[in-house]
Design a protein around this ligand. Structure first.
Ligand code: ATR
Length: 280
C-alpha cells in the first residue's frame, strides 16, 4: 500500500520489509538511520521493545505503550528538528544531529476504520469487545479515549480482561467498564481475539449468551480471511459488518503522513491492499 501511495504522489520512495531478530532491533534502527532512511514501521514483537530504543516518544506512543512507526529526524543550524527527508527536499544543508522519533498509529487506525467502514462514531455508545490481548487492550483503550459510554469486555483468560478494565478505570474514569457479557443491546461488537484466523476456528463468543439481534454493527479485527465465521453469522443476522482491513489501511495511512508530510491517498492504498491480500 505504501509503494502504491508513493507512486500515486510521484514520490521517488520505496517501502521494503526486513525480518529482524529482537536482539538486533537496536542495531537495525541505527543502521536504517545511518543509511538515511525516512522512517520505519515495526510489527510484532518489536512494538514494545522499541519504546525503550527511540530518542523521543510522541504522545501517541506514550499513551498506547507501543511504537509502530519511527521517523528519522535531523536538527538544522536553526536548532529545529525536522524529518531528515526535508533536508534533502529543500537543500537545508546537512543536519548537525540526528534522532529517532517514535509514534503509534494503530490506535488511530481503529477509530478511522470504525467511522469509515461502519459509520460508527464512538462517543456515547455501548460496545462489547471480545479479547484483551495485545490488540484487544489497544482497542479497549482507544474506545475509552474516544468516549464510549459503556464497555463490556471478555477474554478467555479473565484476569487479562480484569487488568484492562482496571487500567481504563484509572485512565478514563468516565467510562463504565464491565467484565462479562452485556445483558442489554449494544451498538457495536468487536472481535479482537485471534479466533477466526484459522480454518475451523470456533466463534469468539457464545451465541447462547449473546444474540446478534442485540447489536447493530459487528467489526472483526481479522482481515484474512475476508469473511470470518463471526462476520458470516453477523451478516446472516442482518448486522452491518466490517473486517480489520481498514485498521491495517489507516495505521498505514497515518504512518505515511508522518513520514512524508503529505495527505495519504487512502483510496489508492486500500485498492493496493485488496489486490495484495484478496487478489481482487
Ligand atoms: P494480539 O496481539 O493479536 O492481540 P495476543 O496478545 O496473543 O495477540 O491475543 C490473542 C487474543 O486471542 C487473546 O485475547 C487470546 O485469549 P487469551 O488472553 O486467553 O490467550 C485470544 N485467543 C486466542 N486463542 C483463543 C481461543 N482458542 N479461544 C479463545 N480466545 C483465544
Amino acid at each position: 500500500m505504501h509503494n502504491a501511495a508513493f507512486a500515486a504522489l510521484g514520490l521517488d520512495w520505496c517501502y521494503v520489509a526486513f525480518e529482524v531478530a529482537p536482539v538486533s532491533l537496536r542495531t537495525a534502527i541505527a543502521g536504517a538511520q545511518a543509511m538515511n532512511f525516512s522512517g520505519l514501521n515495526l510489527t510484532v514483537p518489536h512494538k514494545l521493545l522499541a519504546l525503550g530504543l527511540v530518542d523521543v516518544l510522541d504522545e501517541s506512543a506514550r499513551a498506547w505503550g507501543a511504537v509502530n512507526t519511527i521517523r528519522f529526524e535531523g536538527q538544522g543550524d536553526d536548532g529545529i528538528w525536522r524529518p531528515v527527508t526535508e533536508f534533502d527536499a529543500v537543500d537545508r544543508g546537512r543536519p548537525t544531529q540526528f534522532r529517532t522519533h517514535g509514534f503509534n498509529t494503530d490506535a488511530e487506525g481503529i477509530s478511522r476504520s470504525l467511522v469509515e467502514d461502519l459509520g460508527v462514531s464512538l462517543t456515547g455508545t455501548r460496545v462489547f469487545l471480545l479479547g484483551a490481548g495485545g490488540a484487544g487492550r489497544a482497542i479497549a483503550l482507544r474506545l475509552a479515549f474516544e468516549g464510549v459510554r459503556e464497555l463490556f469486555l471478555t477474554n478467555r483468560t479473565a484476569s487479562k480482561a480484569e487488568e484492562v478494565a482496571a487500567e481504563i478505570h484509572t485512565r478514563f474514569p468516565g467510562v463504565r467498564v464491565v467484565v462479562g457479557y452485556p445483558t442489554e443491546p449494544v451498538d457495536l461488537l468487536i472481535n479482537a481475539t485471534s479466533l477466526g484466523l484459522k480454518p475451523g476456528d470456533a466463534l469468539p463468543l457464545d451465541l447462547a449468551r449473546f444474540s446478534l439481534s442485540e447489536v447493530r454493527a459487528v467489526y472483526d479485527a481479522i482481515y484474512r480471511p475476508a469473511v470470518t465465521p463471526l462476520i458470516a453469522v453477523a451478516q446472516a443476522a442482518g448486522c452491518k459488518t466490517a473486517n480489520g482491513l481498514g485498521m491495517l489501511l489507516h495505521q498505514g495511512a497515518k504512518a505515511f503522513e508522518i513520514w512524508t508530510g503529505c495527505p495519504a491517498p487512502v483510496a489508492v492504498m486500500r485498492r493496493a491492499l485488496e489486490l495484495n491480500i484478496y487478489g481482487r
